[in-house]
Write a protein that binds this ligand. Sequence first.
Ligand code: AHG
Ligand code: MN
Ligand code: MN
Length: 358
Amino acid sequence: MADVDQPLDLSHEYALDRDCTTLSRHVLQQLQSFSAEAQDLSALMNRIALAAKLIARRLTRAGLVEDALGFTGRTNVQGESVKRMDEFANQVFISVFEQSGLVCRLASEEMENPYYIPENCPIGRYTLLYDPIDGSSNVDINLNVGSIFAIRRQEGNDLEQSGKDMLQSGHQQIAAGYVLYGPSTMLVYSVGRGVHAFTLDPSLGEFILSTENIRIPDHGPIYSVNEGNFWQWEEPIRDYTRYVHRHEGYTARYSGALVGDIHRILFQGGVFLYPGTVKKPEGKLRLLYESAPLAYLIEQAGGSASTGSQAVLDVIPEKLHARTPLIIGSKENVALVESFIQEHSREQQDRQILSTKG
Ligand code: AHG
Ligand code: MN
Ligand code: MN
């Protein structure tokens, strides 16, 4: 029972609030500079945070608001049915960057072509790539969803609006991260100096630093994959899955939303897989606004991300909505999956040599 004579010790409750490192301040601290680019990155992150707050606010009340949930009846460029929240969140990112002077183009999962903000283009030297709502199948049942983003410098004027300079590897990203809409709203980001997590304090309306310099464990127990696709996978992925079934120390977690699954793995270690299938060797996830930003983030935290045959960050996409297989997480877990793929391709080569000799 509480001792009524003793004053309550509230020091723990306020421990985090005392420092109150906000996102924009943190970006400047990270870059140790007040250069124009550092100011730009700080302002860009601030706008992304605003988009996250607007989306979080709508999600919080979605069940009470008319027309917030459900499908729009349209399909996007991926051939997927668009949810109302997909469309809302897509528009939120556009609105927060209009008249910002920061971003000339935005490219998103929900838009076939990049969206240009002409009034920003003479000065806005950056491109935002984003997945406005990741895991939208979770939206209507009030489970975790996310947003994924990456920032790249714009190269050239792109006057003909071809967006060709976006088709470069993930090494061109200068910042990336995600927002997780869960019990708390969290924003996790990197500007190439480690990975840092912020938690939205609704009473302040601010993202406050909650974990700095996150390091992903080198090995972890979780494997996260949609095993419903087992018989559509290539043999080495099936073999890897059989391996984790037969060895102690592994546990499965799969939420249907990449951001949530990656968030767990970032903190607890393990591997997330969305492999290709025999029919769709590229898998499902899109490189520029899903796989590459998360690969950048996880590598910054000391993990790795692979397609199975190369580093995700090395992949140069042929088109805006290109897909890649994704194997991402703790270094040792990813290496183990890769070893199954390599062994399988060695065996195939041996068989080919034998059959040409025979
Ligand atoms: P999105 O909602 O942006 O289309 O992304 C969904 C993605 C990803 O979040 C998740 O890991 C995966 O699709 C789930 O796909 P399956 O239902 O095929 O497992
Ligand atoms: Mn997605
Ligand atoms: Mn999406």
